[in-house]
Design a protein around this ligand. Structure first.
Ligand SMILES: Nc1nc2c(c(=O)[nH]1)N[C@H]1C(S)=C(S)[C@@H](COP(=O)(O)OP(=O)(O)OC[C@H]3O[C@@H](n4cnc5c(=O)[nH]c(N)nc54)[C@H](O)[C@@H]3O)O[C@H]1N2
Ligand SMILES: Nc1nc2c(c(=O)[nH]1)N[C@H]1C(S)=C(S)[C@@H](COP(=O)(O)OP(=O)(O)OC[C@H]3O[C@@H](n4cnc5c(=O)[nH]c(N)nc54)[C@H](O)[C@@H]3O)O[C@H]1N2
Ligand code: SF4
Ligand SMILES: [Mo]
Length: 700
């Protein structure tokens, strides 16, 4: 019998509602939900194709243990016994700082909560992190300091209530397509659209103002804009007087960013700077969205704080249609952060370095918790290279493809005594594992996702998982039993959620029935806001007054030079998602973009005598890949862009892992490369072929 189960799209943080159409244990299609508050009957092509991601072909369906170069099937009991042996040995003999876990921003809150609870109470470590590290960790750290909360301040619906929309270092038509379409609609209805991006994105093409700054010069531009506004007295004086601290410090610190100097650094002409400053500061309500073009820099946290400075002096916070809005990327990356899958934070952003918080959780969980400060994901990689970290459990992430500097990451993971990967498919990372455990996908389990607008929504099981696949919280519960740990004996996902609610104040008035009634609730949802909070900071900030924190412009860690003359930035394509493990199962999405590509300006192509689709090698100081050129004026001369979804053409062969000192966010958006033309009729080789050739050469 065919039925439709209401759920949530498993891809981006927009959180669109989908109906999963199933026949027996097969998801046969997806339909939009017209009454959904965000998607209102719309889906993008990834949402429409979500059924393909659940297909049983190429799924991992039973535990597997490494045997030589390959794997053999194993029982759950055998796999868990091995994991128990390895992890408890290293925890007890080398210390809890030598073991750790990576949780999954694609999995549910219930899964993520269970994973961090296991890390803290069973492994006794704070080495728990996830992909927010290389995504919006600078937003969490930066906005926490300036506003007291690191999440999107407003809601997606506010796009339609703004008179000015700023799209700063994000590409929503590709990455949050339904929000992208809301922005287009708002522009048609009369809102002004201003885009700040070194590339000519689709929104930049239709924008009223496009500030096409040089790569990595956000702070200089933002300081310049703040300077123009303060010099001309365009700031919101009443808001600043009442709700913001440290204006004088700010004024002094940024006086050196004159429009002329800013033009020199950023390439943005003085008159465009003034135009932007005037329109943004005079807006009734300006909605500012930002993304990876802000965070994925060594100056990521500074970039976020300077965005916050601009919005605060203009009073565009704490009211409808405005806000500082980091568009959180993954379907549940907001939730994985809310659940405390971060080394420094327990559920609900309670600080791990506060002994009172640790005591509170130890009491609630009826056991002791890890006391030593935890490492970030890249910190754990470095410790592996130093032989100071021995056993890692990764739930649904593919760092070999998605972390910077692929060759280093691979080297680090190979040094582990035990790598466990809990996955739906054999990703590049799973292929390096000692144990692979089979994971149920979003359509095969119950739980909740938190979208970018802090909306916690129900995800429902439409079909049974194939083979022996389990929800991640069930896997954790079985593992805990093997370790003899108590406190994981939940009967179902609702019991996990009720425990989450009991220890997470920002979720305290949520329950499954309440989430059902209201199609999700936006946190904080507590005694003060029992029906949730579409707009944050309306009357005050969690830290009382907001802070203006002046920061200075820093160059990117690597810059083009004679040897590596281009800047390279990595981007997303509409049709593919993350490591591609789910979208690349869809023949429809593969038809649209089947291969890795390198985008290059016509002037550069001409100089190098390259034609559209010419095969090329791309080399950085760290690695080499082969791909084809797309000649386009989307990128200015001197800048190349490359999508990061293709395991055969991995952009992270090239990227630099230089890091933001505050959050250890790597500089995924800027590195230096050169382009080496291949013979006109050559077929670009995949990384696997290149690696095999290299190894054969070494052997000779
Ligand atoms: N189709 C698709 N959608 C996705 C994803 C996906 O893989 N595929 N992933 C999801 C995830 S995890 C995330 S985090 C989001 C990310 O969503 P976005 O933030 O939109 O992601 P990126 O494509 O990385 O885009 C960043 C933009 O920053 C610009 N940029 C680069 N450097 C600078 C700079 O110095 N200053 C400024 N102002 N801009 C700069 C780039 O040109 C690019 O347009 O997307 C989510 N949605
Ligand atoms: N060069 C470059 N690199 C980047 C970026 C960039 O812009 N440029 N962006 C970075 C960003 S913002 C992000 S968020 C990361 C994303 O990096 P990843 O998190 O590594 O990428 P995903 O494709 O989201 O991988 C998720 C994996 O989770 C599995 N999965 C899905 N659902 C579940 C589940 O319920 N349980 C389990 N156990 N597994 C599941 C999928 O099969 C998939 O293999 O990439 C980062 N890497
Ligand atoms: S915009 Fe995001 S959540 Fe909505 S259908 Fe597309 S991928 Fe899914
Ligand atoms: Mo992300």
């Amino acid at each position: 019998m065919i039925k439709t189960t209401p759920s949530v799209c498993p891809y981006c943080g927009t959180g669109c509602g989908i109906g999963l159409r199933s026949d027996g244990d097969k998801v046969i299609g997806v339909e939009p939900i017209s009454s959904h508050p965000i998607s209102k009957g719309r889906l993008c092509s990834k949402g429409w194709s979500a059924a393909f991601a659940t297909g049983h072909e190429n799924r991992v369906t039973s535990p597997m243990i490494r045997e030589g170069e390959g794997f053999r099937k194993a029982s759950w009991d055998e796999a868990l016994t091995l994991i128990h042996e390895k992890f408890s040995y290293h925890r007890d003999h080398h210390g809890p700082e030598t073991v750790g876990m990576i949780s999954c921003a694609r999995a549910t809150n219930e899964d993520n909560y269970a994973i961090q609870k296991f890390a803290r109470t069973v492994l006794k470590t704070n080495n728990i992190d996830h992909c927010a590290r290389i995504c919006h960790s600078p937003s969490v750290a930066g906005l926490q300091q300036t506003l007291g909360s690191g999440a999107m301040t407003n809601s997606i619906a506010d796009v339609g209530k703004a008179d000015v929309i700023v799209v700063f270092g994000c590409d929503p038509t590709e990455s949050h397509s339904i929000i992208g379409s809301d922005i287009m609609k708002a522009k048609e209805a009369g809102a002004l659209l201003m885009v700040v991006d070194p590339r000519r994105t689709r929104l930049a093409e239709i924008a009223d103002v496009h500030l096409q700054l040089r790569l990595g010069t956000n702070v200089a531009l933002l300081n310049g804009l703040v300077n123009i506004i303060l010099e001309r007295g365009w700031e919101d004086k009443a808001f600043v007087a009442e709700r913001v601290d440290d204006l004088d410090v700010m004024r002094k610190a940024i006086a050196e960013y004159t429009p002329e100097r800013v033009e020199e650094i950023t390439g943005v002409p003085v008159d465009q700077q003034i135009q932007f400053a005037r329109l943004y500061s005079h807006a009734r309500a300006a909605f500012l969205a930002y993304g990876m073009g802000v965070t994925q820099y060594v100056s990521g946290t500074n970039n976020v704080m300077s965005i916050s400075n601009l919005a605060l002096i203009c009073g565009h916070v704490g009211k409808q249609g405005a806000g500082i809005n980091p568009l959180r990327g993954q379907n549940n990356v907001q939730g994985a952060c809310d659940m405390g899958c971060l080394p420094c934070q327990y559920p609900g952003y309670q600080q791990a370095n506060d002994p009172a918080v640790r005591d509170k959780f130890a009491k609630a969980w009826g056991t002791t918790v890890g006391q030593i400060p935890g490492m970030t994901s890249l910190g754990m990689n470095e410790a592996m290279l130093d032989d100071a970290f021995h056993a890692l459990m990764i739930f649904g992430e593919d760092p070999v493809l998605t972390d910077p500097d692929q060759n280093q990451v691979t080297k680090a993971l190979k040094k582990l005594d035990c790598l466990v990967v809990v996955e739906m498919v054999m990703t590049e990372t799973a292929q390096l594992a000692d144990v692979v455990l089979p994971a149920a996908c979003f359509a095969e389990k119950n739980g909740t996702f938190a979208s970018c607008e802090r909306r916690v929504q129900r995800v429902r099981k439409a079909v049974n998982p194939p083979g022996e696949c389990k929800s991640d919280w069930q896997t954790i519960a079985m593992m805990a039993e093997k370790f003899g740990a108590k406190g994981f004996g939940w009967a179902n996902s609702e019991e996990v959620f009720n425990e989450i609610v009991s220890v997470t104040p920002i979720y305290s008035h949520m329950s499954y029935p309440r989430l059902d009634e209201s199609r999700g609730l936006q946190w904080p949802c507590n005694t003060h806001h029992p029906d949730g909070s579409p707009v944050l900071h309306e009357r005050s900030f969690p830290i009382g007054k907001a802070r203006l924190i002046p920061v200075h412009n820093l160059p990117t860690a690597e810059q083009p030079d004679v040897e590596y003359p281009y800047y390279l930035t990595t981007i997303r394509l509409h049709f593919h998602y993350g490591c591609g493990s789910m979208t690349r199962k869809s023949p429809l999405l593969e038809r649209e973009s089947p291969k890795g590509l390198l985008f290059m300006n016509p002037r550069d192509a001409n100089n190098q005598k390259l034609f559209n689709h010419a095969p090329v090698g791309v080399r950085s100081r760290r690695g080499y890949i082969e791909t084809r050129v797309v000649v386009t004026d989307q990128v200015p001369p001197g800048l190349l862009s490359i999508p990061y979804h293709f395991f055969d053409t991995p952009s992270n062969q090239l990227t630099n892992d230089a890091q933001d000192p505050v959050t250890r966010m790597p500089e995924l958006k800027a590195c230096a490369v050169r382009v080496e033309p291949l013979a006109r009729d050559a077929e670009p080789k995949s990384i696997h072929t290149l690696r095999a050739l290299h190894e054969a050469e070494l052997a000779e």
